[in-house]
Design a protein around this ligand. Structure first.
Ligand code: ADP
Ligand code: AMP
Length: 214
């Protein structure tokens, strides 16, 4: 089964995808994580992507589609987190999966209001070493700004500063929100109220995924 996690930045897609892939064995593909890793390693992709990420804009579709073709595991079983983000990306994903006799089986739409998004992203801290995600208010690490899992000092993402967050929200509305209709028309969209505590959202998500599996 292949799932797409759709929704605005900061809605909790990565947090839930990490839990669900750990518990149910999905392969978690976060294009944002892959791009940040490429930037930090200074690869060709990273050098091309950096300026877009820093401005809060989307990396061009041709680069993203080539990236997904490269990382898609042959047997599927993927949670796509942060991909697709445009209609051309969604069409390319449909074609790619169809060529391998698979499909997008469900799209979970993480619903959250803008003001809550801005609050969550202001408090987001990530571990540059193991990728764990925290929130200073809602999901704090045990010791101040140190990763519980690996002991590394946490960082704030450059694109989580408020000005870039506002830009990313605009980009979401203009370029990504049209995917809601795209998948609704294919009868694949499942709405999730993402404005509740992490464990409540997760319980709901587990119920949805288990219903789909049976
Ligand atoms: P996304 O992957 O959609 O951009 P994240 O999973 O990184 O979002 O979550 C954004 C921020 O909000 C992080 O700091 C995370 O710890 C926090 N967060 C995630 N889910 C919740 C929730 N249900 N309630 C409160 N804070 C949350
Ligand atoms: P995320 O970690 O999902 O919030 O993504 C961080 C940034 O990476 C975005 O603001 C974009 O610049 C870039 N990015 C991630 N995924 C995509 C995608 N599917 N298409 C275009 N750009 C992307």
């Amino acid at each position: 089964m292949n799932l797409v996690f759709l929704g605005p930045p900061g809605a909790g897609k990565g947090t839930q995808a990490k839990k669900l892939s750990g518990d149910l064995g999905f392969v978690h593909i976060s294009t944002g994580d892959i791009l940040r890793d490429a930037v930090s390693k200074g690869t060709a992709l990273g050098r091309k992507a950096k300026e877009y990420i820093d401005r809060g804009e989307l990396v061009p579709d041709d680069l993203m589609i080539a990236l997904i073709e490269e990382v898609l595991p042959p047997g599927g079983g993927v949670i796509f987190d942060g991909f697709p983000r445009t209609i051309p990306q969604a069409k390319a994903l449909d074609d790619l999966l169809e060529g391998k006799r698979m499909a997008v089986d469900g799209v979970i739409l993480f619903d959250l209001e803008d003001e809550e998004i801005v609050k969550r992203l202001a408090g987001r801290r990530t571990c540059p070493s193991c990728g764990a995600v925290y929130n200073l208010v809602y999901n704090p690490p045990g010791k101040d700004e140190i990763c519980d899992r690996c002991g590394t000092k946490l960082i704030q993402r450059e694109d989580d500063h408020e000005e870039v967050v506002r830009k990313r929200l605009q980009v979401y509305r203009d370029q990504t929100a049209p995917l809601i209709d795209y998948y609704a028309q294919k009868n694949k969209l499942i709405r999730l109220d993402a404005g509740r505590p992490i464990d409540e959202v997760y319980a709901d998500l587990l119920r949805i995924v288990n219903e789909k599996r049976h």
